[in-house]
Write a protein that binds this ligand. Structure first.
Ligand code: PAF
Length: 286
């Protein structure tokens, strides 16, 4: 696996691959890699000739008081995992390389509407940081496709909308969430959980499953289902930011008979803000 930290070197290498007619997949990450990330790499390897992983803890997507400084940086471990899973190139630029003139007062990419709800309501600067850095990586690497986890469902939708609105010629591929055996979605932030918190962390997924089962039984009183789920999460020790049933197509508030839904939640457990989601298809009577 080739390791590169400078954009000029990256561009030289990518030019050689493109000249040989090879297709490129990009997996953008912030490191501290787990099995979910490695699944993204495997998917990328099936769909492109060369697989480029970016590793960059993006300051622009962290708000004041959030965990930018303490975000786990595990470069050597990450490198080993990527080598084992068969990534071709690791691009790990410095903050100065990505934001040579700083990340304030410069051009930014804002995807309105969808960036302002759910996680965007609790973290107002988050998605503009995500869409800006992903757009920059798309321009730096010009991949044929880019692979993202469906655990960050709203992020995936923000990126899809950015690509559509800006006519960016990159295919965006979503990969299903990888879970621990007890259902907890893998996340770089799970490491913040204490032993005791970890033992109840899968209640988030269990609550999503229970709500999905109610919807599948044709319960369409979504405000009540959301309220019940939040109450259950609080009862076991979570501090929910939101628990919300939305249209899977655009995250709008669904009509009672909308068939394609997604249940999304973000909830604090101790120092960890966990997010998860579950798609549900409502059975429509024929
Ligand atoms: O999902 C992440 O790890 C980050 O938001 C991303 C897409 C790498 C952008 O920094």
């Amino acid at each position: 696996m080739i390791e590169i930290s400078q954009l000029s070197n990256l561009r030289g290498q990518l030019r050689r691959w493109r000249a040989a007619g090879e297709t490129l997949a990009l997996i953008p990450t912030m490191g501290n890699l787990h099995a979910g990330h490695l699944q993204l790499v495997r998917t990328a390897r099936q769909q492109a000739d060369r697989c480029v992983v970016s590793l960059f803890v993006n300051p622009m997507q962290f708000g004041e008081g959030e965990d930018y400084a303490s975000y786990p940086r595990t470069y050597e471990d990450d490198k080993e995992k990527l080598r084992e899973v068969g990534a071709d190139l690791l691009y790990a630029p410095s903050v100065d390389e990505v934001y040579p003139k700083g990340d304030r007062g410069r051009t930014r990419v804002e995807v309105p509407g969808i960036s302002e709800i759910l996680c965007g309501a609790s973290r107002p600067a988050h998605f503009v940081g995500v869409s800006t850095v992903v757009c920059k990586f798309f321009n730096m690497i010009q991949p044929n496709l880019a692979v993202f986890g469906e655990k960050d469902y709203q992020q995936l939708m923000v990126i899809r909308q950015m690509v559509e609105d800006l006519c960016i010629p990159v295919e965006v591929v979503g990969v299903p969430t990888v879970r621990e055996p007890d259902g907890l979605a893998l996340s770089s932030r799970n490491g913040y959980l204490t032993h005791e918190e970890r033992s109840i962390a899968n209640c988030l997924y269990k609550t999503l499953l229970k709500t999905a089962a109610a919807i599948e039984r044709a319960d369409s009183d979504y405000p009540r289902l959301e309220e019940e789920a939040s109450t259950e999460l609080k009862a076991v020790g979570f501090r929910p930011d939101y628990f919300s049933i939305r249209s899977a197509l655009d995250l709008s508030t669904p009509d009672p008979d909308a068939p394609e839904l997604v249940i999304l939640s973000a909830a604090w457990l101790g120092k960890a803000r966990l997010i998860d989601n579950l798609r549900v298809t409502r059975n429509t009577p024929v």
